[in-house]
Design a protein around this ligand. Structure first.
Ligand SMILES: Nc1nc2c(c(=O)[nH]1)N[C@H]1C(S)=C(S)[C@@H](COP(=O)(O)OP(=O)(O)OC[C@H]3O[C@@H](n4cnc5c(=O)[nH]c(N)nc54)[C@H](O)[C@@H]3O)O[C@H]1N2
Ligand SMILES: Nc1nc2c(c(=O)[nH]1)N[C@H]1C(S)=C(S)[C@@H](COP(=O)(O)OP(=O)(O)OC[C@H]3O[C@@H](n4cnc5c(=O)[nH]c(N)nc54)[C@H](O)[C@@H]3O)O[C@H]1N2
Ligand code: SF4
Ligand SMILES: [Mo]
Length: 689
């Protein structure tokens, strides 16, 4: 980053930018910099939704920027994997080595033996699907299906409504009923909370549907502590209730939807009692919910991602997102649903990648371990990881680790810090953080676009993604038709794809609000982006694709050896695994006191959580906010946060959902037992070695 103003180096200044982390809120930030160093990170006024505050994670983001885990130079492995022995290299040498290996592998095995592996990273538009995509497409590597998150919900919201923009946070104040379904905004999107509170103060009712009694559930009028994976049954029972009691909005269904009859047919078997039995709910509570949803308007559903991470993920998301159509909740401010707004700007990455996607092998990222160990013709010979920390975040951790341990695999990890994945690499490349480079950040919780700008000089030799992939392409002699050899040039190219007015706004102020001033009313200002602008309640193509059919519940198989269901939702400590390096305490498994009592466990005990895939050793906390039979570990832990170096994903299988191939993190059966600590007497010394 050469564009930094000299005043940043010497004086004290404040710079406005945006938080691009994988969080729906995209806070606008004010960073104070003194003699070139960040001294504080706080909120700025640019994005009204930020409302003067940011989360604790990003307030301490400077601890990542300057922390011990930061990678500041290209590193080449000199000892065995994970030994921590590295030598530094110049960028030129590191990229030269990588380019040579890529060429050799392509010659011997074909381009498909190289697997680029990435997810959101810092989530800025420049940092993925720009120069990286041009390089890998042109070189003919394998392709990655980035399916770890939001596949079931996106499949449903795309098919039903063509990813119509959502009810925005501010409009929650207008609602008379707010349903927070499988989302935990107290951790995962804190700027929604004041609006929910304000609505409650004006008399709105709050329903939370979550196996845990979350903070929000405690403040709710009704909490449905359902068994994980049973949302489809619960939602279909509400559909049935609406249809049976003449409370479905037939006029809306006739005018604005297709397929309501098929949905009604599928809902038929789901009486309140049947659904309550399957979901282990009190049928009276469930009926209360159905009544409230029928009676109260405007009613908004905040659909989260907790409900999608199981075998019923797609059908659950369909059944939940179809509710406002059947109940006629659209067309008024504060009515409808909120899901991801990724589609709000209709930005086409294809237009700025400019190179068609080759028809090479497609690897579902959830199957990384299997891909490294089992895929043949050709076997994977090289993995290029960026914007992602798969050891911490992908399913079936032990298989991933075994794959990464292959001596014949060449692994490059391009990251800001020495992650659990980077430790296993052959070459580690240092990446800039969002405080060191330009980017454009599109909110998926709101509709705005914001500009991220460098506020400090790059730390060490860290470089932004665009620059690194361009430099590597040059080493590979690829003729990539692009002028964006730096993040600034890429930024200019990307913003050219925006509508003129938005582009101007973004460049002038760093902020563009988006559709209808960022507050679109569904079925009034925005309509489904589907043929005829109608909601498609029963897409036949997906019905065909599903192994059991849409809106159908697949029960869990009996598993008496592993009777507990493990969930691993987001916490306020990390964003996925980002910032996990700052988490020093041993993780805790949360368990209902009755489940603990059966196992003779008390808070603070060391436990093994195990199933056929692996085991995790950590501490246990008794917590009556957990549903009986369901236990919880944090998402995104680093290996150092447990007692045996395994995290929740060591217990999560790489089975994927049947329509979109999404991850099933919360569909995990485990058993828990105390870790027996053996004490040795002097006569029986422990064996050495
Ligand atoms: N602080 C923080 N913020 C984040 C993230 C983070 O890691 N940390 N991650 C970001 C990302 S990548 C995402 S995708 C979002 C995710 O944000 P959320 O939508 O909040 O998703 P989760 O944290 O997976 O789970 C939300 C809730 O679903 C519940 N749940 C689990 N299984 C089920 C189920 O079967 N049915 C129902 N109804 N509920 C269930 C969990 O108990 C949890 O309270 O958050 C983003 N924001
Ligand atoms: N058990 C369990 N596991 C889960 C989930 C769960 O609910 N339970 N949720 C899943 C979800 S929702 C998601 S989205 C995934 C996310 O999984 P990942 O995509 O692996 O997300 P992070 O752990 O945040 O890793 C992103 C990495 O990119 C790096 N990075 C950031 N910015 C840049 C950049 O500009 N350039 C480069 N080169 N690197 C950068 C960061 O330092 C970080 O190490 O995790 C999933 N894992
Ligand atoms: S992680 Fe979310 S809440 Fe925290 S600063 Fe970033 S956008 Fe705001
Ligand atoms: Mo995610």
């Amino acid at each position: 980053m050469s564009e930094t103003d000299d005043s940043l180096k010497w004086g004290r200044s404040t710079v406005d930018t945006v938080c691009p982390l994988d969080c729906p809120d995209t806070c606008s930030l004010e960073i104070t910099v003194e003699t070139g160093k960040i001294i504080s990170i706080g909120a700025s006024d640019n994005n009204p939704a930020t409302n003067g505050y940011i989360c604790g994670k990003v307030r301490r983001f400077d601890e990542r920027v300057y922390g011990d885990a930061r990678v500041t130079q290209p590193l080449v492995r000199t000892g065995p994997r994970d030994s921590g022995h590295w030598e530094t290299a110049t960028w030129d040498k590191a990229l030269g080595t990588i380019a040579k290996r890529m060429q050799d592998i392509r010659r011997e095995w074909g381009g498909e033996a190289i697997l680029p592996f990435s997810y959101g990273g810092s989530n800025g538009l420049l940092s993925q699907d720009t120069a990286d995509a041009r390089l890998f497409r042109q070189f003919g590597t394998a392709r990655l299906a980035r399916n770890v998150c939001s596949i079931p919900t996106t499949t449903a919201s795309q098919a039903l409504y063509g990813q119509m923009p959502s009810v925005t946070y501010e409009d929650y104040r207008q609602a008379k009923l707010i349903v927070v379904w499988g989302a935990n905004p107290s951790s995962s999107g804190i700027h929604l909370l004041p609006h929910i509170k304000a609505a409650q103060e004006s008399g709105a009712a709050l329903v939370v549907i979550d196996p845990r009694r979350t903070n929000l559930a405690r403040r709710a009028d009704l909490h449905l502590p359902l068994r994980p994976g049973t949302d489809v049954a619960v939602a279909l029972s509400v559909h049935r209730y609406l249809f049976e009691h003449g409370l479905a909005d037939e006029q809306f269904l006739n005018t604005h939807t297709h397929g309501a009859d098929r949905l009604r047919e599928r809902a038929q078997e789901w009486t309140i009692d049947h659904a309550a039995t399957v979901a282990q709910l009190d049928p009276e509570l469930l009926e209360n919910f159905a009544e409230m949803y029928a009676d109260l308007s405007p009613a908004v559903i905040r659909c989260g991602w907790g409900l999608e991470r199981n075998r019923n993920g797609e059908s659950a998301a369909f059944a939940v997102l179809a509710l406002p159509a059947v109940a006629g909740k659209f067309g008024v401010r504060g009515g409808g649903y909120s899901m991801s707004n990724t589609g709000a700007w209709s930005l086409s990455t294809e237009s700025w990648i400019g190179i068609p996607e080759p028809n090479t092998r497609l690897v579902n990222m959830n199957k990384l371990g299997r891909a490294l160990l089992e895929y043949q013709d050709p076997p994977i010979q090289m993995l290029f990881v960026y914007n992602c920390n798969p050891v911490a975040t992908m399913p079936n951790q032990n298989l991933v680790l075994k794959g990464l341990a292959r001596e014949d695999l060449f692994t490059v990890v391009f990251d800001q810090v020495m992650t659990d994945t980077a430790r296993l690499a052959d070459i580690v490349l240092p990446a800039t953080t969002f405080l060191e480079s330009y980017d454009v950040v599109q909110s998926y919780g709101l509709t705005n676009l914001q500009l991220a700008r460098p506020v400090i000089e790059t730390v060490g030799e860290a470089r932004p993604n665009v620059e690194v992939f361009e430099a590597l392409a040059t080493k590979l002699d690829l003729e990539i038709q692009s002028d964006d050899t730096s993040d600034v040039q890429a930024l200019l190219q990307l913003t050219n794809a925006l509508p003129d007015e938005a582009r101007q706004e973004l460049m002038d102020t760093g902020f563009a609000a988006g559709i209808a001033d960022g507050r679109p009313v569904q079925f009034r200002d925005v309509f489904p982006r589907t043929p005829e602008r109608k909601a498609c309640l029963f897409p036949e193509d997906l019905e065909q694709k599903s192994s059991v059919g849409l809106y159908r519940y697949q029960p869990e198989p009996e598993n008496n050896d592993h009777p507990l269901t493990l969930i691993s939702p987001a916490t306020e400590k990390t964003i996925c695994s980002t910032l996990g390096e700052l988490r020093s305490r041993v993780a805790r498994l949360h368990m209902h006191p009755e489940d603990a009592e059966h196992r003779g466990l008390s808070t603070g005990d060391s436990v093994r959580i195990f199933n056929a895939l692996g085991e995790v050793h950590c501490l246990v906390s008794l917590n009556s906010d957990m549903q009986r039979g369901t236990v919880g570990l944090p998402k995104g832990l680093w290996r150092m946060s447990t007692l045996n170096g395994s995290t929740a994903n060591a217990l999560v299988s790489d089975e994927v959902t049947d329509i979109g191939g999404g991850a099933t993190f919360n569909d995990t059966r485990v058993q828990v037992a105390r870790v027996v600590t053996v004490s040795f007497t002097q006569e029986q010394p422990p064996a050495s070695g």
